[in-house]
Design a protein. Sequence first.
Length: 328
Amino acid sequence: MIVAKYVTIKFCLGVLMDRLKLMETFVAVTMRGSLTAAAASEGIAPAVVSRRMDALEERLGVKLMVRTTRKITLTFEGSAYLEDCQRILRDVGDAEAAVSLGGVKAWGHLRITAPAGFGRRHVAPLLMQLLTDNPEINANLDLSDRTVDLVNEGVDCAVRIGDLVDSSLISVRLGEMRRVVVGSPDYLARHGVPPAPTSLGEFDCLALGQQGGWVFREAPESARTMSIKVSGSLDCNDGAVLHDWALAGRGLAWRSLWEVGEDLRAGRLVSVLDDWAAPPVGINAVFPQRRHLPLRVRLFIDLLKENYSRPDYWEGKAHPSHPPRAGR
């Protein structure tokens, strides 16, 4: 009886391992674009990969991909199966990582997306620090101002600023960010300081392209906000250019503190209308719903939260904090 159960368990494990291997090969073929490239990555002959794909499609009873001499195209069923395979393989890898070295070893590939300007200054340096402290993690950082589909594009975590609209994602508050109106000392010496937001029409305002307006409190200490339409001799759809123009004394700019904090501290820029500044908005880490968040993602989120929650970080007064390295 015991021998029979052992044989049954061993057989089931063998079947499971075979299915995982077929999934791995299918994902490799799709990601690398050809049977030959997938075979090279596994160190096997292309014919072996071809037989695996035939066996997989025969077992599932559907066509997963259309193969030609030039490219591989997924069918509708293949696209859906690819997403499930990637999720299952990630979960298996996470489960193995959770029990290796007492469950404290972070490893694997981390895919992150963030807004371009913010990510360049405040995600990329911290991500580099994470990899320095955890050398078995490798990462891809996508800096883009579009809203990335985390599930369909296989992204582990996104850093987003402002209101969150996708309720299907899990979010963690990393910190807060506010916007300030800034001008160079030279510009303010020549043109004066606006006494209230409604006075901005008398000043050269550096507008961000088709931006709807600058947002302020209706009155100091008020919870209600208002939008003020501004204009000036210069506008641009690139925030970094507006920042440079403000430094050059060409007008007032409404910029995020993450961008101008160091300039304010150094005296290169001066903030005005602070009493009317709109309430801060959240900086959030968002990720797809998952039962077990991989350690590499948790470490990344913790590192950002530790730094972003410190006011001196945004003022440019402090070096990034280093959380404990996984496995110490």
